[in-house]
Design a protein around this ligand. Structure first.
Ligand code: AMP
Length: 414
């Protein structure tokens, strides 16, 4: 059942509490990538244009949870949001407390306030953190603290909107307990969340074929869940990145000094058996003696020389993968094909980004599952030529693993 969306409820004169993901990179007080703010604008405008009173809340970075820390203040975000909306966006002194309540209560129709960082309060993430405890439970005192924090946040809105896909895999107070308290019939999803659910959901349940997944990155162990979940659904899974060397080693091939998970070889073997022809591995590799810029490189076949490490897929693999991608109707990509932060080992990842852009132009639906591959596509200036770039790295991986998200399940149905 699709979720009810923000434009399907009457917000005029009502206070809307919207959870957004404004966890943007900030260097020396400057936002270096404002995409997450820009992508939340349609939901924000939908509330303001219809005369709603909007309170925005988000986390930023990983503060200690013991109160205000300048470094993690939402202040640069409030400024940037104000520029984008051409209006003053006040920043509340905290996310809860009497002063914040006063600021929120003073909002008039079409006005908006941003709360200070949710994670200045340890309660926001306590439930997830308690999962690491031996009994996975909160103490009764912690449970009471979490409940009180949720009540204070929930009192700031009559309606709740979740537009924070990047945090949906986290059972944090602002994501779960707050909408539970605000209640059924008053909790909806934003446009960004709706878009993520549509593209990632269609990939899982209604993909046009051929459906190709490309998985790269460092570790097989991080991607087992996704590989297992996608195997029955896709026509091929193309493997790249250091992860390929764990599969190579599991097949008994020489991997030299390549990054590889020696303790996951059984797992790699099991996945290869299960996948059969569907799993495609690189046929050539770009190697070097060390991972550093401008080192001498060589292209080798499947066996990596003992003094070398494999750092990118080779040109033959790029061409094979490109042809497969160009023949697809749906392409889903997560994880770089090489150590792409260090040129020239970004060549394979860049070439794959180009291939996806080309496939999009030919009518394929192309989806990037966030994280490093999203960064690579942005860096290559190809973002506009991809059908959908997910805003959630971890969240999109867990979604593709088929995990259920209670934070989304509890939202109203449309
Ligand atoms: P992940 O977080 O698992 O998606 O992995 C991304 C990281 O894997 C990036 O930092 C890449 O630089 C790194 N990576 C990908 N391929 C290689 C490789 N062949 N050797 C070393 N690091 C790699």
């Amino acid at each position: 059942m699709p979720k009810r969306v923000i434009d399907q409820i009457d917000v005029t004169g009502k206070s809307v509490l919207m959870r957004v993901d404004f966890n943007v990179p900030i260097e020396e007080g400057r936002i270096t990538d404002d995409r997450r703010i820009v992508q939340a604008l349609p939901s924000i405008r939908s509330v303001l244009d219809r005369g709603g009173r909007l309170t925005l809340m988000s986390h930023l970075g990983r503060p200690s949870g013991r109160g205000f820390e300048e470094e993690f203040s939402m202040e640069p975000v409030a400024r940037r949001l104000g520029e984008l909306l051409s209006m003053e966006i006040p920043l509340a002194p905290d996310c809860v407390g009497p002063d914040t309540v006063r600021v929120v209560a003073s909002l008039r129709n079409e006005q908006c306030v941003l709360l200070e960082n949710l994670r200045f309060h340890a309660e926001e993430t306590l439930v997830d953190q308690a999962k690491k405890n031996p009994d996975k439970r909160l103490t009764p005192e912690q449970a009471a603290q979490v409940d009180a924090f949720a009540s204070k946040l929930a009192s700031l809105g009559a309606l709740y909107c979740n537009d924070a896909f990047g945090t949906c895999h986290r059972r944090h107070v602002s994501m779960y307990d707050v909408p539970m308290k605000i209640g059924a019939g008053r909790r909806v999803c934003g446009f960004l969340l709706q878009k993520e659910l549509k593209f990632l959901g269609d990939a899982l349940f209604a993909a046009r074929r051929p459906f190709i997944a490309i998985l790269g990155g460092a570790k097989v162990s991080d991607k087992i869940g996704v590989i297992e979940s996608l195997l029955p659904k896709v026509d091929r899974i193309l493997i790249g990145g250091a992860m390929a060397y764990s599969f190579f080693k599991a097949r008994g091939q020489e991997v030299g000094r390549s990054r590889c998970e020696a303790d996951k070889l059984d797992l790699a073997r099991r996945l290869m058996e299960k996948a059969g022809d569907k799993l495609v591995l690189p046929s050539d590799n770009v190697c070097a003696a060390e991972l550093a810029p401008r080192v001498a490189t060589q292209v080798v076949g499947e066996a990596i020389p003992s003094d070398q490490m494999g750092l990118d897929v080779g040109p033959q693999t790029v061409e094979r993968y490109r042809q497969i991608v160009l023949g697809a109707k749906t392409v889903l990509w997560n994880g770089p094909l090489g150590a792409f932060e260090t040129p020239p080992f970004d060549a394979g990842t860049r070439a794959l980004a180009e291939a996806l852009a080309e496939a999009t132009a030919r009518g394929a639906t192309t989806i990037i599952g966030g994280g490093d591959s999203a960064a690579a596509v942005e860096a290559a200036g190809l973002a506009e030529r991809i059908t959908h770039i997910s805003t959630g790295g971890g969240a999109s991986l867990e979604f593709l693993e088929g995990k259920s998200f209670p934070t989304i399940d509890i939202l109203d149905e449309g």
